[in-house]
Design a binder for this molecule. Sequence first.
Ligand code: PEP
Ligand code: MG
Length: 581
Amino acid sequence: MSIKASGIIASPGIRIGKAYVYKTSEIIIPKYTIRDEDVDAEIERYKQSLEKTKTEIKTIQEQIANNISRDMADIFTSHLMVLEDPIITEKVINHIRIFKKNAEWIINDITLDLIRHLDSIEDDYFRERIIDISDINKRLINNLQKRSVESLKDLHEEVIVVSKDLSPSDTATMDKNRVLAFVTDRGGRTSHTAIMARALEIPAIVGTQNITSLVRNGDTLIVDAVRGIIIINPTEEELNEYQHYINDLRKLDKELETITWLPSITADNIEIRILGNIEIPEEMSIIKNHGAQGIGLFRSEFLFLDRVLPDEERQYEEYKKVVEYFNPLPVTIRTLDVGGDKIYSYNKDCKERNPFLGCRAIRFSLEHEDLFRTQIRAILRASAHGNVKMMIPMISTVEELIRSRHIIRECMDELKYKGIAFNENIPLGIMIEVPSAVLCADKLAKYADFFSVGTNDLVQYTLAVDRISERIAYLYNPLDLSVLRFLKQIVETSASLQIPLSICGEIAGEPKYTMLLLGLGFREFSMSTAYLYQVKRIIRTVNITECEELVAKLMQMEKTSEIEEMLIQVMRAKFPWLNIT
Ligand code: PEP
Ligand code: MG
């Protein structure tokens, strides 16, 4: 019998391989007292190790800037900030003088204090910094002892790396050709390691809690980073099943690749636009190479992961990069969607009982107007370089939209006054992701140039189901009749007012829902690349009338389970190559 574990998909894909349990060996901290006359020499020893560690980090930073991107390299700026922090350095030196203990002992005590402090803060940002601090500690101590740090760069065979956690420096320096996938106990989707995995296209599952206690070196693993599961020492049957699945997927991908540049039209000649969702600029080439007609959702949160807020110039450069790359195709930049499960350091003080119902997205931006204005100016400036649209997340009232428009107008006046170029007619759209926005879409339409439906949130707010709660996950279903009715309503409102509409929630990129969404009336889909070809193939096979007939039947039913059963049945019968769960 095989053992299964599950976790959070940090980077998609499926791999089978041998486990390499990466235990960065426990560092041994020598502890001894030093004589008065040796204090200065001990301080000198510490300073030398500090310099060597800084050089190491700068080298890694350079490697990443050359091999991956400047953004990723910037992740190590916080390492350098800690190493160059005069308060910490002085503290170490003072403690060596006062307590007359060796440098390793002092550094380790100070690090443990810092880690304990960070761990007591209920905030993902700070928790995820623990791995950075531990990495620095280890490097300093190894350099004091003139030992080299283990890394994943000298692997001799292809492996699946299993580890408690991976520091960004582990991920950045790992041998990409030998690491098939990685799985960790800790980490979340927004950790730097997860972001880096996506940029490197290495399948990864993080936050499994206990994978290191279940796996031993050499175990065979199936990492299914499509469903978020890991199968440890699979049975023959499971192996065969997955081998077939992977082969089918490869074959299908090869076959499907041929449709990359074919038009996205239904069998009855209705044009369906397919755009991409991205979270970091590094994803843009993958999206373009899949034949997407632009970016329908550029989540800007990646820029705000670090403690230091990005200034206007930095944001402008990042947006411009994507905009120029896609020009003349559109790039829809969404303003900051912080809050909910995306809590960042500067937002840590607004602890709320119900963060998803709290100061999130546009509410946060309107509360922090300076930050909002900085982002708007950066987006406006990027609009001078191509086809940019601006989109606001989680609008729930007309007032919010009017206020946002007013601020955008003022930012435009400011740029105009300064003689800075931007597109004065930049379209301003809103995400439709709360019930109030669906119900008042006709009013919102007066102030918006387009709508994009965010079903990830619309489902949670319609059904009152926290989208990240495992306990009530069974209730989170986009096929609930209430959601279908909302989707139908938003399509009808947009059509009657002739306001462009797209859909960018996860279901837009899942083949299981393609016929349903076409039948409901969606004609523009924005998605990640995981199943883009499959969705496109379905689009090219079906005609709208049969999709509409399917929707009519589904919407007659009352139970979600019945709707789901029928949809799956129809999709399986029509597309036997689809692997629907
Ligand atoms: C959504 O809610 O569907 C959406 C696309 O936004 P996010 O997942 O970033 O909240
Ligand atoms: Mg959303």
